[in-house]
Write a protein that binds this ligand. Structure first.
Ligand code: NAG
Ligand code: NAG
Ligand code: NAG
Ligand code: NAG
Length: 502
C-alpha cells in the first residue's frame, strides 16, 4: 500500500520592517480600492523602485541563521503569471517582483526536533534542506465574497517585503512539517526578521504532497496553498496524504492540482481557479540593478560608504541566540532534561514563566520543571489557554512550591492545591491549604494509629516485607496516604512502617 510522503514546503514570511520592499510607503497602510494603482510605485511612469535595505539585511540574517550561502550578487525578476487569473488584480502593476534566476540565499539547512516515544520524552533530531530564500513583494489579499460573488481586495499587504523560503521534500508527514515550520517561526522571531503571527498572515505555508509505494518514485503531487496555522498544516498534509492513498487504492488518479485546506471540514478541496495550470512567466526586472551585498568592509569598492552597504560578516557577528542554542543553555544552566528544554522553548512565554518561578523559590530547577511542563502546561492545554492567560501567576506557583519545600504540605496535596488555584483565581496556596485542611499531618500519635490499622489489615504484605521484599513497603505507604488524603508526612510514615514491619 502507498506510503505517505509530504513534499516540499514554501513558506512566505512577511519581513518585519516599517516600510515596503521597494518604497517608503508604510507597512500596514490601507487605501480605498479605487486608488490602488497610484500607490504602486513601480507602475508610475518615471518612478523607479528603490530597494529597502532593511529587507535585504533581514534576508541575509535569515539566510545565515539557516546556514545558507549568501549570493553577493542576486537578481530581481518580474513574475507575470498572476495576470492570467483572478489574483491578477492583487498586483496593481500586473506583475510581482521576485527573485527567480538567482535568489539572495541558497543551499541551507533547518534542524528541528520532534518529541517521540511512549512518554513523549525522546527528542528526535531531523533536518530539512533549504533550497533558497528569495526576496519578493507580497500581493494584496483577495477576499472572495461568496454571497455577493465578488472579490474584495485588501491592500494593506501589497508591496510589503516577503522572504520566500523553499524547503526540499525531506518531510514525511504533517507532524514533521509542523515541527519544521514551528522551528522556523521561532528562529525568525529570535532574529526579529518576521513577527511570525500566522493568524495575521505574517507566515503562510504552501505544501506539496505526494505519495508512493515503498521503492517506487513519488506519484503526482498536489499543492495545498496558503495554510495559516501550524496545527492546520499538520492536519492538511495528513488529510491530503490519506486522500491520495484512498484515491489510488480505489484505482483512481491523483490530479496535478492546487488545493486549499478548509479548517471547518478538516478537508482539502480543489481551488476554483485554474491556478494549478498556471504556467509561470518570468522576465528580468528592467528597473532594478543586481542586488549586491559585500562580505565585509575590506571588500567594499572605493566610493561605497559602509553605512549604505549590506555587510554579511557584520550581520553574522550580530546574530542573536537561536532557539537550539537556547535549549542547550537551559539544559546546562538548570540541569533539566532535553525534552523539558524543548517544551520550554516551543511554548510561547514558558521560559519566562519558568525563570520567574525559579527567582521566587528555593526549590531546585530540576524539581520546578515538572510543575511547569506537566501541571501548568497540562492545565493550560486542556483549557486551550496560552501561558500569558494562565490564572496561576509565577509567584503564586512559587509560593505553593515553597510551602511544599518547607514541608508544610505533601506533594500530592500540593497537586490538589494547584488544581484549586487554576479554578479560583486570586486564592493563595496558603489560603487553600487552610480552607481545605490540606496541611501535612505530622502528628506522631495520629500517624502511629493509622499505620497500625494498615499493618493489621494487610498480613500478606507485612509477611512479604519481612521476607525481604522491601518494595512492598511503598504499597503500605500508599494506603496510609489514601487514609490521610495524601497529607501524611512521608518521612515519618516510612519510619513508623519500617518499625512496625521489622
Ligand atoms: C511544488 O512543486 C512544483 C513543481 O511541481 C513547484 O513549482 C512548486 O514551487 C512546489 N511548491 C512547493 C510548496 O514546494
Ligand atoms: C520588529 O522589528 C523591530 C524594529 O527592528 C524590533 O524592535 C522588534 O523587536 C521586531 N519584532 C519582532 C516580533 O521580531
Ligand atoms: C496574532 O494575531 C492575532 C490576530 O490579530 C491576535 O489575536 C494574537 O494575539 C496575535 N498573537 C500574538 C502572539 O501576538
Ligand atoms: C504539475 O504542474 C506543474 C505546474 O503547475 C508543473 O510544474 C509540474 O511539472 C506538473 N507535475 C506533474 C507531475 O505533472
Amino acid at each position: 500500500s502507498p506510503a505517505g510522503r509530504c513534499g516540499g514546503l514554501e513558506v512566505h514570511a512577511q519581513i518585519n520592517t516599517s516600510t515596503k520592499l521597494f518604497s517608503a510607503s508604510p507597512v500596514g497602510f490601507s487605501a480605498p480600492p479605487n486608488s490602488l494603482v497610484s500607490f504602486f510605485d513601480a507602475s508610475l511612469p518615471g518612478t523607479l523602485p528603490v530597494l529597502n535595505k532593511q529587507c535585504v539585511e533581514a534576508a541575509v540574517k535569515t539566510g545565515l541563521a539557516l546556514h545558507c550561502s549568501i549570493n553577493t550578487k542576486s537578481f530581481f525578476d518580474r513574475n507575470t503569471t498572476f495576470i492570467k487569473n483572478r489574483y491578477a488584480c492583487s498586483f496593481q502593476a500586473g506583475y510581482q517582483i521576485t527573485q527567480q534566476r538567482r535568489p539572495i540565499a541558497v543551499d541551507g539547512m533547518l534542524t528541528y526536533s520532534l518529541l517521540r516515544g511512549k512518554k513523549w520524552n525522546q527528542v528526535m533530531r531531523k533536518c530539512v534542506h533549504i533550497k533558497q530564500i528569495q526576496l519578493e513583494q507580497d500581493s494584496g489579499k483577495s477576499l472572495h465574497d461568496d454571497v455577493q460573488s465578488q472579490t474584495l481586495i485588501d491592500l494593506n499587504r501589497a508591496g510589503v517585503g516577503l522572504m520566500e523560503l523553499v524547503m526540499e521534500p525531506d518531510m514525511c508527514c504533517g507532524e514533521e512539517a509542523a515541527a519544521a515550520v514551528r522551528e522556523l517561526q521561532l528562529i525568525l522571531q529570535a532574529l526579529g526578521t518576521c513577527q511570525g503571527n500566522m493568524s495575521e498572515g505574517q507566515l503562510r505555508v504552501d505544501a506539496n504532497v505526494s505519495v508512493h509505494r515503498p521503492g517506487e518514485p513519488l506519484g503526482v503531487r498536489t499543492e495545498v496553498k496558503n495554510i495559516n496555522s501550524i496545527r492546520y498544516l499538520a492536519k492538511a498534509i495528513d488529510f491530503e496524504i490519506q486522500r491520495q492513498i484512498d484515491v489510488l487504492q480505489r484505482g483512481g488518479t491523483v490530479f496535478n492540482e492546487t488545493r486549499a485546506y478548509d479548517s471547518k471540514s478538516g478537508e482539502t478541496i480543489p481551488m476554483r481557479d485554474k491556478e494549478g495550470l498556471q504556467d509561470y512567466r518570468f522576465m528580468p526586472e528592467p528597473n532594478l540593478p543586481p542586488l549586491v551585498v559585500y562580505v565585509d568592509e575590506a571588500s567594499l569598492p572605493a566610493g561605497i560608504d559602509a553605512s549604505q552597504a549590506v555587510l554579511v560578516e557584520k550581520i553574522k557577528e550580530a546574530l542573536p541566540e537561536l532557539p537550539s542554542l537556547k535549549r542547550d543553555r537551559l539544559v546546562q544552566t538548570y540541569g533539566i532534561l532535553p525534552e523539558h528544554s524543548y517544551t520550554l522553548v516551543n511554548e510561547d512565554g514558558l521560559v519566562e514563566f519558568f525563570e520567574a518561578v525559579l527567582k521566587a523559590t528555593t526549590k531546585e530547577p530540576r524539581k520546578v520543571i515538572g510543575w511547569v511542563t506537566n501541571e501548568l502546561l497540562g492545565h493550560l492545554k486542556q483549557q486551550d489557554l496560552s501561558v500569558s492567560q494562565s490564572l496561576v501567576s509565577p509567584s503564586a506557583l512559587a509560593e505553593l512550591l515553597e510551602l511544599q519545600e518547607m514541608g508544610h504540605i505533601s506533594s500530592s496535596a500540593a497537586k490538589q492545591v494547584f488544581q484549586e488555584m487554576t479554578r479560583s483565581s486570586g486564592k493563595t496556596a496558603l489560603h487553600i491549604i487552610q480552607e481545605q485542611d490540606l496541611g501535612l499531618v505530622s502528628d506522631s500519635d495520629q500517624l502511629h494509629n493509622i499505620c497500625q490499622r494498615v499493618v493489621d489489615s494487610h498480613p500478606n504484605e507485612v509477611h512479604a516485607i519481612r521476607s525481604g521484599n522491601k518494595k512492598v513497603l511503598n504499597k503500605l505507604m500508599g494506603l496510609v496516604q489514601k487514609e490521610t488524603k495524601g497529607r501524611a508526612d512521608p518521612v515519618l510514615v516510612r519510619t513508623i512502617l519500617q518499625e512496625k514491619t521489622l
